[in-house]
Design a binder for this molecule. Structure first.
Ligand code: NAG
Ligand code: NAG
Ligand code: NAG
Ligand code: NAG
Ligand code: NAG
Length: 480
């Protein structure tokens, strides 16, 4: 009894969980690169940050305000950023940050106002922030602040102008207060940055149209998975026909991308992804074509003219002399890819219906052939381009219906095979030139390698990021 309950529960949990067809694995190398790039960028941009005023009272009676505070110089030691599996997130520690700050001061005691400028050095600032990664209801990656702790070691202030000599003597008394005022402003700023980041993640499209027929869904299928050395994001990786938005009648199989600590990231692409595209195109009617004689090159040995079909179908010129023909070519079923070690295989179950075009335009059906072909392809990355080559493994013609009586298909098969080989030669020329690796505005893949494994393709790569000032402004200008 208990066993059957457990079995049912296991079945249920299996059908609920959806296998990701695309997996992205980030290694520690990516984190260290991101940290390094981020540190330079923060160091550059911190100088442009304007800080809120600080106010308080000295000796309980003299109200003071530090205003127009700007950071003149920032000495940002390389922070430490590490995977933090306890929170499925990152722990960032900035230890020993120091700042040179400048601004104006104002005091008010009753009706007496005074003011001037000041220089402040803030020493030994430590900030430790932990963020957690998650997944929202729409499959976006989410990031939230779990904890933030900020400590200011010491401050030193020099006042200039007005009666600054009076305040200068009180610095020892109220610098603790200033330290705390700075301390309590740090974490809200850090949290604001994390909220900004979260806002950008939410605004990202996890599904987008690839062309008129297909859209691609890259939403997360589950929570991010993390250990001390890597972060694994499972993405849906499914193409849909835009018109029908139907799931294919097959599922993504589980696979595990080998961890490559020498590269910043590895991407695993299941054969399901390619097959979902194939299914989407099949539904959209992309795998069908009408071929007529004007599409056949003039020098071709074969022409779509019944009078010239004698060598292949002896009875045809007698039954229908001197007529042009049409061929309706289509996939009988969804063409399916399978990934095998170092090879991508494609099975294409096709069919051809042949018609004679009568002088009055009527199309008379002649015969129907099944055309089954199998291809294998090699794929690799060289010089930042994905390249490949394709060859035909098998090609068979089978007569499955005829209005003109039976005939042998060998001769037709041979000439059709030559036709396919000619198409493949053109395709191989293109695949040999390759296509550039997908590149986003601010990120580029470098040092990429590709390996076809059983059921999936693994791409390992480093990235190069180009962070711009515009990126920073976009972040601070988000609508409230
Ligand atoms: C997100 O998708 C929508 C609808 O497809 C599109 O209008 C919008 O421009 C996309 N946004 C981005 C940032 O790509
Ligand atoms: C063949 O098809 C093309 C494209 O559909 C068309 O432009 C052309 O007129 C057709 N030729 C004949 C002879 O039917
Ligand atoms: C078909 O081929 C025959 C023999 O070459 C030719 O006489 C005839 O004009 C062709 N028919 C058409 C429509 O081109
Ligand atoms: C067109 O011609 C064919 C053969 O001559 C004939 O069988 C058919 O009835 C004709 N169709 C029309 C609509 O005239
Ligand atoms: C080629 O296809 C035919 C028919 O599908 C099959 O019988 C044959 O085993 C295949 N040959 C190879 C080499 O795959």
């Amino acid at each position: 009894m208990l066993l059957s309950v457990v079995a049912v529960l296991m079945l249920l949990s299996c059908t609920c969980g959806e296998n990701p067809a695309v997996q992205v694995v980030l290694t520690n190398k990516a984190v260290q690169y991101g940290k390094h790039t981020g540190t330079d960028w923060i160091q550059e941009n911190l100088q442009r940050v304007s800080l809120p005023d600080i106010s308080g009272k000295i000796l309980g009676i003299i109200g003071y305000t530090l205003t127009g505070i700007t950071i003149k110089k920032c000495d940002l030691p390389e922070p430490s950023v590490e995977f933090y599996p306890d929170a499925t997130g990152f722990k960032t520690s900035v230890l020993g940050l120091s700042l040179a700050i400048t601004g104006g001061w104002m005091t008010q005691c009753g009706i007496i106002h005074d003011g001037g400028s000041f220089d402040m050095a803030v020493f030994s600032v430590n900030v430790i922030s932990v963020v957690e990664l998650g997944k929202d209801a729409n499959g976006h990656l989410s990031v939230t602040s779990v904890s933030c702790d900020a400590r200011v070691g010491d401050v030193d202030i020099q006042f200039h102008g007005g009666a600054s000599w009076i305040f200068q003597s009180f610095v020892e008394h109220f610098k603790g207060h200033i330290s705390r005022e700075i301390e309590i402003r740090i974490c809200p700023n850090v949290e604001e940055m994390i909220v900004n980041l979260e806002y950008h993640l939410q605004a990202m499209n996890v599904s987008f149209d690839v062309d008129q027929a297909l859209s691609f869904d890259l939403s997360l299928t589950g929570l991010p998975v993390m250990d001390v050395s890597s972060l694994n994001l499972g993405l849906k990786g499914e193409f849909y026909s835009i018109k029908t938005h139907m799931d294919p009648p097959f599922e993504a199989q589980p696979f595990s991308v080998p961890e490559q600590q020498g590269y910043m990231l590895s991407v695993g692409l299941s054969e399901f992804t390619l097959n979902s595209a194939s299914y989407g195109y099949y539904l959209a009617g992309v795998f069908q074509a009408l071929i007529n004689d004007s599409m056949i090159p003039p020098g071709s040995p074969l022409h779509l003219n019944t009078s010239l079909m004698g060598p292949f179908i002896p009875q045809l010129p007698k039954m229908f002399p001197g007529l042009l023909m049409n061929l309706q070519v289509y996939a009988r079923e969804v063409p399916m890819f399978s990934f095998q070690p170092d090879a991508v295989k494609l099975g294409f179950p096709g069919a051809v219906k042949a018609f004679a075009i009568q002088p009055n335009g009527t199309q008379t059906p002649l015969f129907k052939l099944n055309v089954d072909s199998e291809f294998s392809s090699k794929v690799w990355i060289a010089g930042g381009r994905v390249k490949g080559s394709i060859s035909m493994d098998n090609f068979t013609l089978t007569l499955v219906g005829s209005e003109v009586g039976t005939f042998k298909t060998d001769a037709l098969e041979n000439i059709a095979r030559i036709g396919v080989q000619m198409v493949l030669a053109k395709l191989n020329e293109k695949m040999g030139n390759g296509v550039v690796l997908p590149r986003m505005k601010e990120v580029e893949l470098v040092n990429s390698v590709l390996k076809v494994e059983e059921g999936f393709i693994a791409i390992s790569s480093d990235v190069e990021a180009f962070l711009t000032d515009r990126g920073f402004n976009r972040q601070t200008n988000r609508p409230a």
